[in-house]
Design a protein. Structure first.
Length: 303
């Protein structure tokens, strides 16, 4: 074969190899770019789902807990975390509450339920639940239809009323359901109604805490509007209908106004001496003290 022809064939072969290599590199780069953009798209969608889930959860099932910020961390195209900084407002005194580190991936989101479920201290002297990070006591609600609780149904109003120069939150559980108007009539004006306990699962609590969440909402300055928002959020929160207590509540109360529904309990905040007015009231089945904070001269309580 002619040497010039051999050289021409080799040159053509090199060009073909170079062309194939360049095409392969471009295809790989385009595939990587498409994979990166697709991954970021699904991660962003999951981020929004997790943000929405956190807002819904705190709207319907976190008594007097406020989300101060939600920050994305460890972010990649495959997923990441959302860190939720939280606090409680105790009559104008902001105190820290547990921080949640929830995760998300392309197809799955997971709220940090490990921190949402309180720890508990149980000894011969008594029982109480506490926030795992701050170690602050958790105020517990008691359902009027659950007769037998493992630790009884405490009423700590007299004890908290004896504290001097403190503010406190107290979960007050009623002996039976009351309308919102009846609740407002019974609660002194110098205490804040910061959360309404509306429903929860009726479970066996005789052998120990079942850890069932309670559902309710913060009435704020416009209870009609906040109740309507609570109902819509509750529908979305349990859109698959898995929670019997939520579905029963929605079936009975979904089309009602705040004036027509019944309340099982309230979370109150205020100066400790102001709880004295509730001591001995027969409409109160139980009262569980939560967070307390010592008052200081430079922070004025809300009431």
């Amino acid at each position: 074969m002619d040497q010039s022809l051999k050289k021409a064939l080799k040159k053509a072969k090199r060009k073909q190899i170079l062309k194939t290599t360049m095409i392969s590199i471009i295809v790989v780069m385009l595939l990587l770019l498409a994979f990166y953009r697709t991954g970021n798209y699904f991660a962003a969608k999951s981020t929004m789902r997790l943000h929405d889930a956190l807002v819904m959860h705190h709207t319907v099932s976190q008594p007097n807990v406020h989300m101060d910020s939600r920050m994305t961390s460890n972010r990649s195209m495959f997923g990441g975390n959302i860190v939720t900084n939280r606090s409680k407002n105790i009559n104008g005194y902001v105190v820290p509450w547990s921080t949640l580190t929830s995760s998300y991936g392309w197809m799955k989101t997971e709220i940090d339920f490990n921190e949402l479920v309180p720890g508990f201290y149980w000894s011969e002297t008594g029982f109480y639940e506490y926030d795992k990070q701050t170690k602050q006591k958790v105020a517990t609600f008691y359902h009027p239809l659950i007769e037998d609780y493992h630790d009884g149904v405490p009423n700590q109003l007299a004890a908290v009323a004896e504290m001097e120069n403190f503010v406190a939150e107290v979960a007050v559980s009623f002996d039976r359901p009351y309308t919102f108007a009846e609740v407002e009539e019974r609660i002194p004006d110098n205490l804040n109604i910061v959360w309404l306990y509306m429903t929860s699962e009726i479970s066996d609590e005789s052998m120990g805490p079942a850890g069932m969440p309670v559902y309710g909402f913060a009435p704020g300055s416009s209870p009609d509007d906040t109740y309507a928002y609570f109902v819509e959020t509750l529908k979305e929160y349990d859109d698959r209908g898995y929670n019997d207590a939520i579905q029963e509540f929605l079936s009975e109360n979904g089309d009602k106004s705040i004036d027509e529904v019944e309340v099982l309990g309230v979370m109150l905040t205020g100066q400790t001496e102001n709880f004295e007015a509730l001591v001995g009231e027969d409409f109160i089945r139980g009262a569980s003290v939560g967070v307390t904070a010592e008052m200081v001269p430079y922070i004025t309580p809300e009431k």
